[in-house]
Design a protein around this ligand. Structure first.
Ligand SMILES: [Zn+2]
Length: 406
């Protein structure tokens, strides 16, 4: 092959191929590559200082990007050098990815494929093991994350997602950025303790103004200890889950209390009862009204659920408090045990519900972040590497943001 053309395709400044070998059976092309400068110069792998003193070399075989239909391997001369600072060392070559058996540009291509396709598929495409692809992608993501400006964490979200047979994952997010920042196994107090040790040293904790979290005692204990000055705001979605559970329990009780036709009226209405009024179509509203008109308790339960939503519309704690008191008063004489229990739960956590008056944390963001994570877990099937999971979600979120901005 004409050397000039090979050199131009290879595009490794200062390097040239001096030997080539085609394997037609495997469609593999191997190129032997070495430095061709008149006065060669070598960089210390340890400190980056240059030297001209070498003590022999070793050949290393690394995978490079394909040329047409050919899979390309480079056999590179890597020298042992004497650095005046570090002594005997191996030289550093900028186009190699550390000691890995592929070039930096090869790793870059594999990592960029991982932005759009699951690891398994990228591995199949390049003929690599999924572990290798995972490692390449994670390293690239780490470099990407390190280059980003790290902003102080002001609004923190703590939530958990379920995955793989009842196992639980605690996710901490930056609600301002709309990104997860950390994930760890379980939902224990120790889980959050770990987060503070790993990610948020004491000097960076002062910036945190509010934490949006579930009414989950172990988390609250950790938060009170590590962030004594931050406001705790209970996640509205989580509070509403409790409210919905009360509606559902009332439905179940009424279902078993009633007989015959009155029971049939309630059959199959669970979904309707748990959907907000404004999210129902006109026809569904008709069906629900019909069912509710047959059962006073159910009507009351539905109505109370619709009402409680107003709790998050206040900016003055006093007004919110008054609203809640009147809501709780209307429970009297209703014989709705599920709602009695609910009211007690709400009263116990009232500070964290009222905190929303002053700290309007974006509730929807937590749900959106969780949705993204779940999608990534589904695609990747069995992510056990929490750091990778978080990095993946961050990159995906950043990409969506960039596409929107463009
Ligand atoms: Zn050195």
């Amino acid at each position: 092959m004409p050397e000039e053309i090979v050199g131009r395709i290879l595009r490794l400044p200062g390097y040239a191929a001096y030997r080539s070998e085609f394997n037609d059976e495997t469609s593999e092309l191997t190129l032997w590559v070495r430095q061709v400068a008149a006065d060669p110069f070598y960089t210390c792998g340890e400190c980056g200082i240059g030297t001209r003193e070498i003590y022999g070399f070793r050949e290393r075989r690394v995978r490079d990007l394909p040329w047409g239909a050919w899979k390309v391997w480079l056999v590179v001369e890597v020298h042992r050098i004497r650095c005046r600072r570090c002594g005997l060392k191996t030289e550093r070559l900028d186009f190699l990815e550390g000691k890995h058996p592929y070039t930096r540009r090869f790793a870059g291509r594999v990592a960029s494929d991982c932005d759009d396709a699951p690891v398994r598929r990228v591995a199949a495409k390049w003929g690599l093991s999924p572990q290798t692809v995972h490692r390449i992608d994670k390293r690239a993501l780490r470099v990407w994350a390190q280059r980003r400006r790290r902003r102080p964490l002001r609004w923190m979200g703590v939530d958990e997602i379920f995955w793989r047979k009842g196992k639980c994952l605690t996710v901490v997010s930056d609600l301002e950025l709309g990104e997860p920042i950390w994930a760890g196994p379980d939902r224990k107090r120790e889980t959050l303790d770990r987060f503070f040790v790993d990610y948020l040293p004491p000097r960076r904790r002062r910036a945190v103004r509010a934490v949006c979290v579930d009414m989950w005692e172990p988390f609250l204990q950790a938060l009170r200890k590590h962030l004594p000055r931050a406001a705790i705001v209970f996640d509205k979605f989580h509070v509403m889950k409790h409210v919905n559970a009360a509606v559902d329990e009332t439905r179940r009780e009424e279902f078993f209390r009633q007989k015959g036709r009155l029971r049939d009226v309630m059959r199959g209405k669970r979904w309707l009862l748990l959907t907000r009024w404004r999210n129902l179509t006109r026809r569904k509203k008709g069906v629900l009204t019909e069912a509710l008109s047959r059962n006073r308790k159910l009507f009351k339960a539905y109505y109370l659920r619709e009402q409680i939503d107003r709790l998050w519309s206040y900016t003055y704690k006093g007004a919110a408090q008054r609203f809640f008191e009147s809501w709780a008063r209307s429970l009297r004489w209703q014989r709705l045990p599920a709602f009695k229990k609910l009211a007690q739960t709400l009263i116990r956590h009232f500070d964290g519900i009222l905190a929303y008056c002053h700290h309007k944390v974006p509730f929807g963001v937590v749900e959106a972040i969780n949705g993204n994570l779940r999608a990534i877990i589904r695609r990747g099937r069995g992510y056990r590497d929490y750091e990778y999971l978080v990095l993946k979600a961050q990159k995906a979120t950043a990409q969506v943001r960039m596409e929107r901005a463009a």
